[in-house]
Design a protein around this ligand. Structure first.
Ligand SMILES: Cc1cc2nc3c(=O)[nH]c(=O)nc-3n(C[C@H](O)[C@H](O)[C@H](O)COP(=O)(O)OP(=O)(O)OC[C@H]3O[C@@H](n4cnc5c(N)ncnc54)[C@H](O)[C@@H]3O)c2cc1C
Length: 548
């Protein structure tokens, strides 16, 4: 990415065809699609890229087994169509960034033959809907094989499992790779810059937006022929800035996850818990040396607290533990995350777990604002294609094909399955560091390792038990627009998901490297560390985990 100052100048001085507001998966996808179609595009994000729902997902690239069940039970063709679209998109997501997304095996344990038949029939329909895009065929797995693949599963009464395949990915890094690819294609992207108002032409249509630079406090204007609102749960607020008479459409729903050491429930396969006390499913998924457990689904309001509440954590353990030989305890949790699903609903729909995860493109005829609402991570590309089709129609330019189906993302060129082994040997790296760098940055890891020629001490870890090296921090500050400790630890390096306490330990060094690179004022480091520590200690305290 361009340095932030250069991106800001470009954002201020250029006349754009399209301004995309919101740098989550949807906005980054829209920006890339528009830029690749030859539209001059700017992407403006209020906080950090991927700081909303797009880094808080279960990290599944999936059609949605639960949505399929809902669709079949209620004969909902719309929902079935959505599962089909998602399964088609799954293939594109996996092939466009192989270092960030992969096919994974899931097991649904069964304790009665009736249930086994029910789930197997369901998963065969899932395979059928996926068609040529199916990853591996589903099937019945014997009790012995199930316990071999998931040795931590409770064996009492176990008949076996139904296996099926879906995708798994690194959501925050995928989002960042979309932004990077957009910038490489000639686009301009700026983070920490909320849109605060719109500028209107004489005909009442919006032709620009007022932006506040949250780092410097300056305000400036961005000029664009068309503005796209991709602000997730912020969508209604932005729609109201353009046209206060628009009715609200978003029904945000909160979901939380916990992370544990992977050894506590060993195995390469993921577990799907098929029934919860509120009629949903939850997952326990091996993810980057951790076990990811989630999620919840509760309607959110202005009073919703954005952290994992103890009650929510206990709910997750209550659903998962009956399936485990050795129950997990809350005090074993290493970290967690919470997020808001930007669901879109009709005026009377309130039960968020029943809302289908479809998307809708709205063109406000009064202001001209194009809003993309709803959807899910897996369908971000399809949503972006639909949105930019609308944008081209609105601009009155010829409709061109989206070029994103087969467009490898930054870090994919030169990456293959041996990449991690190669850099481990070539740069004498510890195996966990090599795996981490190749899994987060793909072939761009080489640019990080080249920084060691500038300062050999940057090969040190930022905390003793994290696979993150100092060179990675410097790289992300110089090349990925990281502006805060949280940008670095939560989204660029993933350290905060690996381990909250280790991240607290890493914060002073991360802040110091950031301050050096950015020439921040004296006093910055202490204040930034204090702010970050207060936040993470708040997460720990809420769950009754020992503070540092
Ligand atoms: C708990 C949970 C689990 C999920 N699991 C999965 C899963 O496994 N698979 C899947 O496919 N999907 C999953 N999803 C859904 C998926 O994460 C979301 O649908 C997707 O990330 C939404 O992306 P988005 O860009 O629309 O929203 P967001 O990621 O929230 O991005 C919106 C962005 O807009 C910015 N913004 C807001 N207001 C302004 C403004 N005024 N100016 C500029 N910027 C602004 C915000 O800062 C934010 O970064 C899950 C979601 C949650 C919460």
């Amino acid at each position: 990415m361009k340095p932030r100052t250069a991106a800001k100048v470009a954002a201020q001085e250029s006349q754009f065809d399209v301004c995309v507001i919101g740098g989550g998966a949807t906005g980054a996808g829209c920006a890339l699609d528009a830029q690749l179609r030859g539209l001059r595009t700017v992407l403006i994000e209020a906080n950090d890229f991927a700081s909303g729902a797009s880094s808080a997902s279960t990290k599944l690239v999936h059609g949605g087994v639960r949505y399929l069940e809902q669709a079949v039970k209620s004969l909902n063709l719309e929902e079935l169509r959505m599962v089909k679209h998602a399964l088609r998109e799954r293939r594109f997501m996996l092939s466009n960034a192989p270092y960030l997304a992969r096919a994974a095996h899931f097991l649904i344990p069964v304790y009665s033959w009736l249930r086994a038949g029910y789930y197997l029939a369901g998963m065969k329909i899932y395979d059928l809907i996926a068609g040529e895009g199916n990853l591996f065929p589903s099937g019945f797995v014997s009790r012995e094989e199930t316990l071999k693949r998931l040795p931590g599963l409770k064996s009492d009464g176990l008949r076996g499992a139904i296996s099926y395949s879906d995708g798994q990915f690194d959501d925050a890094r995928y989002n960042l790779a979309l932004v990077e690819t957009f910038v490489e294609s000639g686009g301009t992207a700026l983070n920490h810059a909320p849109i605060t108002a719109f500028a209107f032409a004489e005909n009442g249509k919006i032709n620009g937006a007022m932006v506040r630079d949250a780092i410097t406090g300056e305000n400036f204007r961005v000029k664009a022929r068309k503005l796209v609102n991709a602000t997730g749960t912020g969508t209604d607020l932005v729609r109201a800035l353009a046209n206060p008479s628009l009715p609200s459409r978003m029904r945000p729903s909160k979901g939380v996850h916990l992370f544990f050491a992977a050894e506590l429930f060993p195995g390469q396969d993921a577990l799907l818990v098929p029934q919860t006390e509120d009629g949903r499913v939850i997952f326990a998924v091996p993810w980057q040396s951790r076990l990811l457990v989630g999620t919840t689904d509760d309607p959110a309001s202005d009073r919703t607290r954005m952290l994992v509440e103890k009650e929510e954590a206990n709910y997750l353990l209550r659903q998962l533990n009956p399936y485990l030989a050795q129950p997990l305890r809350l005090e074993q949790a290493l970290s967690g995350m919470s997020g808001l699903r930007p669901l879109v609903a009709g005026p009377r729909q309130t039960n968020t777990s029943k809302l289908i995860r479809d998307h809708e493109v709205e063109v406000d005829q009064v202001s001209g604002l194009v809003s993309i609402m709803g959807g899910k991570w897996t369908t971000y590309r399809f949503m972006a294609e639909d949105t930019i089709d609308h944008v081209q129609r609105e601009l009155g330019v010829p409709l061109t094909d989206s070029a994103t189906k087969h467009h490898p993302l930054a870090g994919s060129a030169g990456f293959d399955e041996q990449f991690s082994n190669r850099i481990e040997k070539e740069y004498s790296l510890a195996a966990d560091i090599a795996r981490h760098l190749s899994g987060k940055f793909g072939s761009r890891a080489l640019q990080i390792l080249q920084l060691l020629a500038e300062n050999a001490s940057w090969n040190g870890r930022i905390a003793p038990e994290l696979p993150v090296v100092q060179a990675e921090i410097v790289f992300c500050v110089r090349n990925e627009m990281a502006e805060t400790i949280e940008d670095l630890l939560a989204r660029r390096t993933g350290a905060q998901l690996y381990d909250w306490k280790q991240s607290l330990m890493a914060a002073p060094l991360a802040a110091q490297l950031l301050a050096q690179e950015k020439e921040r004022k004296a006093g910055y480091t202490a204040a930034a560390v204090e702010e970050y520590s207060a936040k993470i200690n708040g997460f720990l305290t809420e769950l009754g985990l020992e503070k540092r």
